[in-house]
Design a protein around this ligand. Structure first.
Ligand code: ATP
Ligand code: MG
Length: 560
């Protein structure tokens, strides 16, 4: 990772564009991000967004946002709105207005008519099953449709009547006349238009025929003057068809399709269909559930746009498929939060500490830095009193020698405060330790104790000043590294039943002023983010665990 913060890593597409620009092939690049508004964007889309918008930024070009809206039944305004919000949140701005493939329905219809007039398209009446049969297979050539030799006049008439709504849904299609024996099946007279009486979110009931993805996509690129139509590898086999349309139609520009490999992450599902299923069947609370790999979910979890952009850059742009370790995503996130999240103290699993030699009614206020390495982040105030809360895990009776936290007869430093010594424990009837009786050394505020070493540091809050918060602890949504790829097992079987635990945390009082989406490092616990929607409602504090402190990815890198 030698590249600095703002210079994206080199990749084959960048290099190609650099060469083309140097050779004067065009003045300015235009890319596009073309989501279908049939779901929320996920981490895989982030990669495509960072690539397309990133190239436009780097080369002073433009990137269009185009909604690829040719499947009205599955699409909705909610998805359109969420996609726009996510792209902006990631920090990108599309060129000019938002585009819709449906903006070009008239023009696309005109192109289809052009193809018919030049004898390169025909209306076909084979049903779906016959169509499959006629198409042949990878090893077998297809057969010509019996409708292939219709006259131009008849095709024009039928296509016009398809548009006018004279035929039932699915009764006829318009097909390109290319080559039924082409080795590439995409060239075996692909479908250009289908009859579907579906209400469209943009065009209403104007159309009862809709163009296919293949017919709409390249022509929309050409209409918009897109120079580089960057898509994922599964479209590689569609490229000859993409080019066939561009060559055989009077389009205003000649875009070029370039493929790169999809981003796959372990422990994560990035199929929109499956993400929708998780939402629809209530396995998660919604598209923006903090366990979801959607941008809305990642945002709510506490991810920063910078960390996602960094991650996409680290993942790289190549043509080889692979699975990225989710630990790398966590690493990019931690690197950002380590530097930019102010510190706070919050005790999740409290046990009471009474400082027996501290005056009953005394309260001190310590002013401490918000970030140990960044003065510019300012200071915060911590009240200290006779009763404190520490994490129960930071105390152990009969502790082994290497236990550097609190144990009877030993000392520990309270973070940003005094050294205390545990003198005695109070147990309940069941023998559980419920309170620790400690003494403090007043000479140890901001200095080491005289003549002895105290190794451990633990976090704490003053009990009377602590503010309770709802703390939502998240784990991976799936228990299996590849929930998606086992053909025998439904991915839902791998949903982690322990992916969410809700508890109460006791926070330093400064957190009362936290705003939704404020991020913190709860010292020694992890990174947390005030919930975007629930924090502050009814005066309740709600923090989501973003990620823990331990970085397994960095460790793996060091070893390797
Ligand atoms: P579908 O088309 O099945 O709804 P999709 O994930 O391809 O799913 P689109 O809305 O078509 O969704 O995707 C928009 C853009 O994002 C496309 O250019 C697509 O190639 C890209 N994209 C989608 N998933 C990934 C991924 N995992 N990695 C990289 N790019 C992706
Ligand atoms: Mg797609």
């Amino acid at each position: 990772m030698s590249n600095t913060e703002n210079t994206p890593a080199p990749n084959f597409i960048r290099t190609l564009i650099q060469e083309e620009l140097a050779a004067g092939q065009y003045e300015q690049i235009v890319t596009r991000f073309p989501p279908e508004p049939n779901g929320y964007l996920h981490i895989g889309h982030a990669k495509s967004i960072c690539l397309n918008f990133g190239l436009a930024e780097q080369f002073d070009g433009g990137c269009n946002l185009r909604f690829d809206d040719t499947n009205p039944e599955k699409e909705s305004q909610e998805y359109i709105d969420s996609i726009k919000a996510d792209v902006e949140w990631l920090g990108f701005q599309w060129a000019g207005n938002i585009h819709f493939t449906s903006d070009y329905f008239d023009q696309l219809y005109g192109y289809a008519v052009e193809l018919i007039k030049s004898g390169k398209a025909y209306v076909c009446e084979l049903n779906a099953e016959q169509m499959r049969e006629y198409r042949g297979s990878l090893t077998e050539a297809g057969k010509d449709s019996p409708f292939r030799d219709r006259s131009v006049e008849e095709n024009l008439d039928l296509f016009e009547r398809m548009r006018a709504g004279e035929f039932d849904d699915g009764a006829k299609v318009l097909r390109a006349k290319i080559d039924m024996s082409a080795p590439n099946i995409n060239l075996r007279d692909p479908i250009l238009y289908r009859i579907r009486r579906a209400h469209h979110h943009q065009t209403g009931d104007k159309w009862c025929i809709y163009p296919s993805y293949d017919f709409a996509h390249g022509q929309s690129d050409a209409i918009e003057g897109v120079t580089h139509s960057i898509c994922t590898l599964e479209f590689e086999d569609h490229r000859p068809l993409y080019n066939w349309f561009i060559e055989n139609l009077p389009v205003p520009s000649q875009p070029k399709q370039i493929e790169f490999s999809r981003l796959n992450l372990n422990y994560t599902v990035t199929s929109k269909r499956k993400l929708k299923q998780l939402v629809d069947e209530g396995h998660v609370a919604g598209w923006d559930d903090p366990r979801m790999p959607t941008l809305a979910g990642l945002r709510r979890r506490g991810y920063t746009p910078a960390s996602l952009r960094k991650f996409c850059d680290m993942a790289g742009v190549t043509r080889s498929d692979g699975v990225v370790d989710v630990a790398m995503l966590y690493h990019a996130l931690r690197a950002d939060l380590e530097e930019n999240a102010p510190r706070a103290m919050c005790v999740l699993n409290p046990i009471k500490v009474t400082i027996t030699n501290y005056p009953e009614d005394q309260v001190e206020e310590f002013t401490v830095p918000s970030h140990p390495a960044n003065e510019a982040m300012g200071e915060r105030t911590l009240p200290f009193s006779r009763t404190l809360l520490i994490d129960a895990e930071d105390f152990m009776e009969d502790a082994p020698k290497k236990f550097f936290r609190l144990t009877q007869g030993k000392e520990v430093r309270l973070r940003n405060s005094y050294v205390i010594k545990c003198e005695d424990v109070v147990k309940d009837e069941q023998g559980e330790v419920v309170e620790l009786l400690c003494t403090y050394d007043p000479e140890t505020l901001g200095k080491n104790p005289e003549g002895r070493k105290v190794k451990g540091v633990i976090h704490w809050v003053s009990e009377p000043h602590a503010v309770p918060a709802e703390v939502r602890l998240y784990e991976n949504l799936f228990t299996d590294p590849n929930p998606d790829s086992n053909k025998e097992v439904d991915f839902l079987e791998y949903v982690n039943p322990e992916s969410l635990a809700v508890t109460t945390g006791y926070c330093e009082p400064g957190l009362l002023t936290a705003a939704p989406e404020d991020r913190f490092q709860f010292e020694r616990v992890g990174y947390f983010c005030a919930d975007r929607f629930d924090h502050g409602k009814d005066d309740k504090l709600v923090f989501n665990k973003t990620v823990g402190l331990k970085d397994s990815w960095a460790k793996i890198q060091k070893k390797g």
